[in-house]
Write a protein that binds this ligand. Structure first.
Ligand SMILES: Cc1cc2nc3c(=O)[nH]c(=O)nc-3n(C[C@H](O)[C@H](O)[C@H](O)COP(=O)(O)OP(=O)(O)OC[C@H]3O[C@@H](n4cnc5c(N)ncnc54)[C@H](O)[C@@H]3O)c2cc1C
Length: 382
């Protein structure tokens, strides 16, 4: 079988590897970004100088550095897999990137940020989510002068409730990270073609000569759209990653399966593996794992397992002596999600509680057993 894969991120490169190694397919991988696969999640460690770029790269055989503009270019293949990932959301006041304005999602973004440091540019980071926090941490670590603007009330307030967001924000501020909340940017100021500042809703203009936009991402659907595939927010696929066109599949961040878009490293990897079994091994529907996320906000670890959306009720515990917390999300008192700050938890145990529909009191009673590294963690009594 001859398979074309568009995109060499986690989803596309996993599919390519399984198709080659398990099914001896001929696979061509196309990427408009790099000829090699790399760990996108580790970009910040390269920026901080904590790891060498070579350690996050994996060579991809038969990969081509080429943008695929139309599926017509891929005629003759037995199947086509779209693994085009996501693209950054740009604000209305800045619809194009240039040498002074960047995002932080791609390989070249590391070099741009390094260039800003070398040229002693005054950086402004816009956006208070996970990527904004990573960029602020990199700049802080490198003693680059910066301002970090957050539209809402605190760091990550779009993914965690207000109490946790306040704790993360305070933790980062106490560690020396400067955060300016309630700062909505309305315009970018340019003189002689170069950025000189950002104007806020308040009317204040902040000096800036390098801007990093971290305002979220959205599925990269341009190629699928041009091919006439069914699109919602992402490329609509069934539970086997089949799109609305025969022999065309979509996986990873760009895909919208029946259980919804889940733009995570783990999901992209699992999609890539499964679609290979569908195409070459005749496998059927994929069964999604329970959602889970983990991130670190300057040493403060955040864990989320199950349904931690604001649509559920929740029971909250905050350690009166340390910056750490537990939130149990529940429906009719049955736990559907677990979220912690600064407490490492065993994901499998949380999944078991949720699968068994344990109630809040039962989970509280067992919670200490789920704490990983208890010898390094002050006792948790809920
Ligand atoms: C800085 C950062 C930190 C992150 N940290 C975490 C984390 O801690 N945990 C976590 O779970 N997730 C994290 N993520 C998200 C995670 O990286 C993504 O969910 C995952 O990489 C998605 O993989 P993918 O293969 O679907 O897409 P991508 O990795 O985005 O790869 C898609 C590739 O396709 C290419 N492409 C697109 N269109 C075309 C075309 N027409 N022709 C050719 N090539 C094309 C793109 O340029 C890109 O190289 C992070 C993301 C970023 C940016």
């Amino acid at each position: 079988m001859r398979i074309a894969i568009v995109g060499n991120g986690r989803a596309g490169s996993t599919a390519a590897r399984v198709l080659r190694e398990k099914y001896a397919c001929n696979v061509d991988v196309f990427s408009d970004e790099t000829r090699f696969h790399y760990a996108r999640t580790a970009l910040m460690y390269v920026s901080m100088g904590a790891v060498a770029p070579s350690t996050i790269i994996a060579p991809l055989p038969d990969a081509q550095l080429r943008e695929i503009a139309s599926l017509d270019e891929l005629r003759g293949y037995d199947a086509v897999v779209l693994a085009t990932g996501s693209r950054p959301v740009l604000p209305p006041w800045c619809t194009e990137l240039d040498a002074d304005v960047q995002c932080y999602t791609a390989w070249n973004d590391v070099a741009m940020l390094a260039d800003a440091r070398v040229n002693k540019k005054r950086c402004v980071v816009v956006g208070g989510g996970l990527i904004g926090a990573e960029v602020a941490e990199v700049l802080h670590h490198q003693s680059v002068p910066y301002t970090w603007l957050i539209r809402g009330t605190g760091v990550a307030d779009d993914i965690v409730p207000g109490d946790e967001s306040a704790m993360i924000t305070r933790h980062m501020q106490q560690s020396g990270i400067e955060v300016q909340v309630a700062s909505d940017v309305v315009a970018m100021v340019r003189e002689g073609g170069r950025v000189t500042g950002l104007t806020l809703h308040s009317g204040e203009t902040l000096a800036a000569d390098h801007v990093v936009l971290a305002m979220g991402s959205t599925p990269s659907i341009a190629l699928a759209q041009r091919a006439g595939l069914e699109i919602a927010t992402g490329v609509v696929v069934d539970a086997s990653f089949r799109t609305s066109l025969p022999h065309v599949y979509a996986i990873g961040d760009c895909a919208q399966p029946p259980w919804g878009i889940r733009p995570t490293w783990h999901d992209a990897c699992a999609h890539g593996e499964h679609v290979a079994h569908v195409i070459a091994g005749g496998a059927d529907a994929y069964v999604p794992s329970m959602p889970s996320m983990q991130a670190t906000f300057l040493h403060l670890e955040w864990y989320s397992v199950g349904d931690t959306s604001s649509e559920s009720d929740s029971w909250y515990w905050r350690d009166p002596h340390n910056d750490r917390s537990v939130r149990l999300y529940h429906r009719n008192s049955h736990v559907v999600g677990v979220q912690t700050l600064a407490i490492r938890i065993a994901r499998e145990m949380c999944e078991a509680w949720i699968a068994q529909s344990l109630n809040v009191d039962a989970v509280r009673a067992q919670f200490a057993d789920a704490v990983v590294d208890p010898e390094f963690t002050p006792t948790v009594v809920l």
